[in-house]
Design a binder for this molecule. Sequence first.
Ligand code: NAP
Length: 246
Amino acid sequence: MNFKGRVVIVTGASRGIGREIASSFGRAGAVVACVATSVKGAQATANEITASGGKAHAYACDVSKSSDVEELFKALVEDLGTPAVIVNNAGITRDTLILRMSEDDWDQVQDVNLKGAFLMIRAASKLMMKARYGRIVNLTSVIGLGGGAGQANYAAAKAGIVGLTKSVAKEFGSRNITCNAIAPGFIETDMTQKLPEEFREFVKKNAPAGRLGTPTDIAPVVLFFASEEAAYITGQVLVVDGGLTL
Ligand code: NAP
């Protein structure tokens, strides 16, 4: 898979899965636009990529805000040109039982995880349609497919990503734009550090792989969906969970 010269946007590139995705694209020759809430976080990943001979730029953007996303695209297109790939990876959790879930817990999780992906796709759609080329990869979750007690807000947002992915695939398919989603299981990042130890043990015991995943288990799958070779795959959701939900 060769991404030489392709402009690739990765949201949530400062940490965890997004950082690994951005670095992998950097190693594969892409011009990577690293996006995070602060330019400092995004810059750290961009520096890592450029230090190992790749090309990367850092941008601050809160993906839940349409004005931020519009500004991001304005700057990015001017700096780098039309994006070929968007990876909607930015995400947050505000886990709690419904009984205790505030409206804000609900709204923030929808806004970042679901609306953020919509805003990014909407901003890119005109450019990608004009270029008659695009690869969109969205991060959902096994929780979006099977639900999760204490995660109703996150499960709803991630289930929304599945509907969004399939709709975008249908809407843009004739323009050589694909849209697919990856549903990770439990991956070792800041997000899962908040999980109780007993739950981590449960995953280790019940996943045939016998361990939690790592960002390096996810990034190659993103690169595959984003590649030219995956042209005939669209609207799909691939579970990457070490077999946990079998
Ligand atoms: P993480 O380590 O908590 O990192 C989250 C990333 O999202 C950070 O780069 C953060 O940037 C960025 N972000 C948060 N809010 C944002 C906003 N409003 N605008 C732009 N960027 C924002 O998370 P992760 O575990 O790598 O998860 C990455 C994705 O995979 C998420 O969509 C998550 O839901 C999904 N996922 C993760 C797991 C897992 O087990 N870890 C499982 C299934 C799905 P800052 O550093 O600037 O805050």
